[in-house]
Design a protein around this ligand. Structure first.
Ligand code: FAD
Length: 427
């Protein structure tokens, strides 16, 4: 049987208390059955419950077991590809809608944290750090682009200014987004799950959906029960497997790794990130890091296919961390873990419906903390009959992965190698 315990992460070790949730062992009838209790599923459930729908969530493992409980915790606005790509891909009206929504996910998170009193170490301020003048030029045009869609809170930083917010000599400049920031991701998911239940939603853990009967009255089957619903939302992302073959054909799970140091002394922690902002660099295979509440550095980097055991993960990530911060050479790593995000060929999310009753959102390709919160809202709007914003996402092209199941991993690894070479050469 698959391992359904949380990975040995800093987040699992510092999680807020949560109730044991039952396995589904009966037949239930509801309005919406949500498959997966990550941010996509929980945000959908919460928005739907707020609008009076009855909701049942089935989760194969535990709330936040997937990427939502193991990510870098960075609230990064916009999408994994930017709006200029979207402008070239879809019509003007859709691009306008998607551009206007690019910073909404971060606002939704803050609204949830405030309304449901979620204790998840929320901090404002995210930095995009440029390693080359080409990347700096890209940040400048990105700022102009985002401003065209009304997002005007961004500050460009030259080399001197970025050194004031991060003690790393590698950067030529950067951009500060005070509507970005960071959270304890698992505690955000656990808080959202509690909010779902406070509104009468039901969440079943250790309850994988094994089959979905499609049609006007879909039924979600699980090993010991079933849920009869008017609508199903599929929110399993990189952990979905082949439950919905149409979805697995056009996306690819990718492993990415994170380490967490021992707690740093206050002076060292403050010297690294004096304002406690989070940072990600602008490489295609990017490094990202931030401090935790107890002053550990959480550092993630790159995409590595297959790394699994913690010693192996530390060997991969520690050199990246020391390249950014040689001053940490004597610091111990306390936690190392891996998680999967879902890559699409366009690196844009895939949103849509299968028939009239099955809805999905997946594949935010690495930047999903904000997008998934927005996705839940947009899916809930669509189920309520207001589908304009949902349709704007659904219009984004969904390409199948070249090579199908057998070849998509080697081809994508080759693609990742090509882009990391570009990063190294600064082209
Ligand atoms: C290591 C790592 C670091 C990251 N860092 C960042 C970051 O700093 N900032 C950022 O914006 N993004 C980051 N991401 C991406 C971000 O975490 C994801 O995009 C986001 O959490 C996806 O949420 P989700 O709900 O769609 O999927 P998930 O959180 O993966 O949730 C899917 C859930 O569905 C369940 N499930 C799957 N199949 C079934 C089934 N058949 N039946 C029932 N349940 C099922 C799974 O068990 C899982 O709990 C990172 C990802 C990883 C892996």
């Amino acid at each position: 049987m698959a391992n359904t315990a949380y990975p040995p992460s800093y987040y699992a070790a510092s999680a807020n208390a949560a109730p044991a949730r039952p396995v589904l062992q009966e037949t239930l009838e509801t309005d919406v059955c949500v498959v997966g209790a990550g941010y996509t599923g929980l945000s959908s459930a919460l928005h739907l419950l707020e609008q009076g729908f009855r909701v049942v969530v089935v989760e194969a493992a535990k709330v936040g077991f997937g990427a939502s409980g193991r990510n870098g915790g960075q609230i990064v606005n916009s999408y994994s590809r930017d709006i200029d790509v979207i402008e070239r891909t879809v019509g003007k009206r859709q691009a306008e809608l998607l551009g206007a929504m690019a910073f909404e996910g971060g606002r939704i998170i803050r609204e949830r944290v405030a309304r449901y009193n979620i204790d998840c170490d929320l901090k404002d301020g995210g930095v995009f750090a440029a390693l080359t003048s080409k990347q700096m030029g890209h940040l400048e045009s990105q700022k102009r682009l985002w401003e065209r869609y009304g997002h005007t809170q961004l500050e460009l930083m030259d080399q001197r200014r970025i050194r004031e917010v991060v003690a790393c000599d590698q950067y030529v400049g950067g951009m500060l987004d005070m509507s970005g920031g960071h959270i304890h991701p698992l505690n955000l998911a656990l808080g959202e799950a509690a909010a779902v239940e406070s509104l009468g939603g039901r969440i079943f853990e250790q309850t994988p959906a094994t089959r979905i009967d499609r049609g006007p009255n879909p039924v979600v089957h699980t090993p010991h029960g079933q849920v009869k619903a008017k609508f199903v939302i599929v929110a399993g992302n990189a952990y979905l497997g082949n439950l919905v073959p149409e979805l697995s054909a056009k996306s690819m799970p990718c492993g990415t790794q994170v380490v967490t140091t021992e707690p740093l002394d206050d002076e060292l922690a403050h010297s690294l990130l004096p304002q406690d902002y989070c940072v990600e660099d602008c490489n295609y295979l990017l490094d990202y890091y931030r401090l935790t509440r107890d002053k550990r550095l959480i550092f993630g980097g790159g995409v590595v296919y297959g790394a699994r055991d913690p010693a192996n993960i530390e060997a991969i990530i520690r050199p990246k961390m020391l390249r950014a911060f040689p001053q940490l050479k004597n610091v111990k790593i306390d936690f190392a873990w891996t998680g999967n995000f879902l890559l699409t060929l366009s690196r844009l999310p895939q949103v849509g419906r299968i028939g009239d009753s099955i809805y999905y959102s997946q594949g935010c390709s690495g930047h999903g903390v904000t997008y998934t919160h927005l996705a839940g809202k947009v899916l809930a709007e669509a189920l309520r009959g207001q589908a304009e914003r949902f349709d704007a996402f659904a219009a984004l092209p969904h390409y199948p992965f070249p090579g199908g199941h057998a070849l998509r991993v080697p081809l994508s690894a080759l693609g990742a190698w090509y882009y990391s070479l570009r990063d190294k050469l600064g082209v």
